[in-house]
Design a protein around this ligand. Sequence first.
Ligand code: ATP
Ligand code: MG
Length: 554
Amino acid sequence: MKNEQPSANESEATAPRHFIRQAIDRDRAAGKNEGRVITRFPPEPNGYLHIGHAKSICLNFGLAQEYGGRCHLRYDDTNPAAEDVEYVDAIEADVRWLGFDWGEHHYFASNYFEQLYTYAEELIENGKAYVCTLSPEVFKDYRGVPTRPGKESPSRNRPVAESLDLLRRMRSGEFADGEYVLRAKIDMASPNLHMRDPVLYRIKRFHHHRTGDQWCIYPMYDFAHCISDAIEGITHSICTLEFEVHRPLYDWILDNISVPCHPQQIEFARLNLSYTVMSKRRLLQLVQEGRVEGWDDPRMPTLCGMRRRGYPPAAIRQFCETIGVTKFDSTTEVELLEHCVRTDLNKHALRRMAVLDPIKVVITNFPDESERMVNAINNPEDEQAGTRPMAFTQEIYIERADFAEEPPPKYFRLAPGKSVRLRYAGFITCESVEKDEATGEIRALHCRWDPPETKVKVKATIHWVSATQSQQAEVRLYQRLFTVADPMEDKEREFTDFLNPDSLRVVEARVEPTLLEAAPGDAFQFERTGYFCADHKLSQPGQPVFNQVVALKA
Ligand code: ATP
Ligand code: MG
């Protein structure tokens, strides 16, 4: 996937025409922007990207690809308080991992600080902005409420020359933080509070991760964003619904300065997922309070967390395509994301056997030391994947849950006197149960074996590994991070009250020996238990640690 691709591709023909595609189609039909489609993804480098950002990335980069345009990666780094280069690097890695490429179009809003400042002077010169002395509290009071007009600041009619002089002195550091602000001169009676002479610049002595201490005034988002879009020649500035009320301001600013073009802002509903919190502030809180092991904890909804967990990027792209784009806020069930992950892994993941909670089975009629090789299918969904040999030996492990000493009704797996099929390796019938005399705990099951050719009537097939050939491996089993679908719903309580104490369980499993060769990122289906992926961080050469990606069934 690359920027600037030719436009006629399959997805264009089959993709549903959601309202943004329709808007672009109309623009192109009308010859607007000479038919160009230039979008941008504008993260604020104040945290790691999450699955909500993936929706925006897939939409912006996806549309650019579809229409043969391009998508810029632009850091919205106008608020140095919370920003960090750590996040900048992580964001790039995540966008690339998702499969997108910005080519040479990699920008920072801070690149435009000088230009933005020049436009601020232009607004003043045209009588469209003024330097205001109101303190933040008085400012708020003057702005008022939507149902009643606000009050004009005494600074509103300050002569142009005086505002220009003050802005220059603000820039040169003559004033204390917050002493003055630059405001647009729009309409204090507008029902839209964003149009009541909004602040465009504030004095804020902060070290910026790129411009250092060069600036002590910083532009507000609303001022910086639209102008950055215009400078870059963006045609469609796609953002989430909460910016809809900012659109009149976006347009007003661009209409009142001499920018080269006027991009169209289009809003869509952000992704909300059940059992998930998405805001970076809350994710940061989970990290800082040690509720998870970091931003890339496999339980986190961050892209780096999902990467470690083993979610294939193609599954995330498919998810984003499936949820579509609308104008209405809603919550998507997390099961849909898991379904996309499962569907992708089902096609691509090799099958292996791993016993997560082993109980030993001793085959009573098996000649000592002998071993019988069986052929196991690597992926029934993919003939090319072939088969592998598995050693069937006198002692094997099966899953503790696949045996019941006193089977409940309709229990079809192993029980005293009962038989099951071993995947690829015939049948076993339980003859006796060996227990620890002191504790009563089951030590081993003694079973008779019948080869696959035998006609044994069974209703279940279970997985197994050789006790002598299998290897030990750490497996990390996950459940949802929260116990409730909407951890934010109860306003009386902290969302962290709903953290699931059992979201991570670490077990020592017995696995097929070939699994020890797994490289970080390799994904497998452990037959009957789920999809698993070798962890990037915890795996050692020859000793992988497996994360459970997703269960086999919903
Ligand atoms: P958060 O609210 O999670 O802290 P943000 O909106 O502050 O996120 P930004 O870095 O400003 O994060 O977002 C970059 C882009 O991603 C913006 O265009 C924003 O609208 C979009 N985005 C953020 N969250 C979502 C979401 N849940 N669904 C869709 N798009 C999103
Ligand atoms: Mg933001």
